[in-house]
Ligand binder design. Structure first.
Ligand SMILES: *Cc1c(COP(=O)(O)O)cnc(C)c1O
Length: 400
């Protein structure tokens, strides 16, 4: 197909024209069960009535005014995010990478405001993903994404995932911050133990470092808690949110304590669209649903059920799935066959999933899934595995 879109994505030959709840309808009329949520974005599924109502009502009133004026919807969303988290202040952006850029700038500016502008160093972890801007690419440290784009933004040091000693060794008088995802999403659904998060908090306190959590993928209930850091008992100084925050409407946010944000004074940062009335109105509507009593309980219950059923599948299809891991409804199936084959086999069964690093297939259903949706998905993955087993060399076949 001749396309005028820049060919930076390997797109499936599939387009959708509408969605409802957990289901998508393709242009061919076929229905697909969406366990990808647009990569952890559609936290309330598709066309959720509360979000549709908020967006259409706002569309009739006001779309954009800029940050030259007061922003009541943004004020409201910021206040609610702060009262639900460790944070005191919020900067609104339009994507995850931008939220992370704001987080990096906030962390460095904190030290500059303290009279230590030399403290710019940032420690990150192998397998991390923080976005595709030049600074967030440097933070992620993935060679394949950095190649050919000129000098790599300086100040980033990467250590092995979960290696406490390596972090200690990497800290110098010039270190400003440690950045981590509570569960590495793109990196292959690698869960950071609560104990390791607490160790990072202690190190940051000991050395005066900012602890920055990238919760762009884990935030807003994905892991079963509202925020991924909450299972550790500690809190970061700075946190980035995006994907689920708008339920599909583009928005990003950088949250911080007032102490951590002390350097971010008038004129230090900005975004034309940041805090846009449409985006923040929808963000408030997402919170209306996600913060309602029982919502997260439901998603935790569904996560438990899904994980149990997946564990059974893993046992029956050991030649295809070697591990089920993750937190809440951020679930990874470690694949024995190339993960792209398993994603394709699931898609052939009309189930949408997302590939990740470490040969993992991610299951990221909307948090509103039901027991029936789970039963359908399990049947589809079961058939996908059977389909793949039939194409495997017989030596790898495992009796069911
Ligand atoms: C998706 C993601 C980003 C980047 O978000 P964009 O909106 O694509 O810029 C950053 N960090 C994490 C952990 C992500 O999952």
């Amino acid at each position: 197909m001749l396309s005028h879109l820049l060919p930076t994505y390997a797109r499936a030959e599939l387009a959708f024209e509408r969605g409802e709840g957990v289901w998508l309808t393709a242009t061919t009329g076929e229905r697909y069960l969406d366990f990808s949520s647009g990569v952890a974005v559609n936290v309330l599924g598709h066309a959720h009535p509360v979000l549709v109502e908020a967006l259409t009502d706002q569309a009739h009133k006001l779309w954009h005014v800029s940050n030259l004026f007061q922003m009541p919807e943004a004020e409201k969303l910021a206040k609610r995010l702060c009262s639900a988290s460790f944070a005191d202040v919020v900067f609104f952006a339009n994507s995850g990478a931008e939220a992370m850029e704001a987080a990096i700038k906030t962390a460095r500016k904190f030290h500059a405001a303290n009279g230590q502008p030399e403290r710019v160093g940032i420690i990150t972890f192998e397998g991390a993903f923080h976005g595709r801007t030049l600074a967030t690419l440097a933070a992620g440290g993935q060679q394949k994404y950095l190649e050919g784009f000129g000098p790599v933004a300086g100040g980033f040091t990467q250590v092995a995932f979960g290696d406490l000693d390596a972090v200690k060794k990497a800290i110098t008088p010039e270190t400003a911050a440690i950045i981590m995802e509570p569960v590495q999403g793109e990196g292959g659904v690698r869960v950071v133990p609560g104990e390791f998060m607490r160790a990072m908090r202690e190190l940051c306190d000991e050395h005066g470092l900012m602890l920055v959590f990238d919760e762009v993928q884990t935030g807003l209930g994905r892991t079963g808690e509202l925020f991924g850091y909450q299972r550790s008992g500690i809190s970061p100084d700075i946190m980035a949110l995006a994907k689920a925050l708008g339920g599909g409407f583009p928005i990003g946010a950088c949250l911080a304590t007032s102490e951590a944000a002390k350097g971010m004074t008038v004129g230090t940062h900005g975004s034309t669209f940041g805090g846009n009335p449409l985006a923040t109105r929808v963000g408030n509507a997402v919170l209306d649903v996600v913060l309602a009593p029982g919502f997260l309980d439901h998603s935790r219950k569904m996560a438990l059920l899904l994980k149990q059923r997946l564990a059974e599948l893993k046992d029956r299809h050991a030649s295809i799935i070697s591990e089920v891991r993750g937190e809440g409804l951020l679930i990874g199936l470690r694949s024995v066959v190339p993960n792209g084959d398993l994603v394709a086999a699931c898609r052939a069964e009309k189930l949408l999933t997302v590939a990740a690093g470490d040969n993992v297939v991610r299951l990221l259903p909307p948090l509103i899934i039901s027991e029936d949706d789970i039963a359908e998905a399990i049947g589809m993955i079961d058939r996908a595995c059977t389909r793949l087993t039939a194409h495997q060399p017989s030596a790898n076949k495992v009796a069911s």
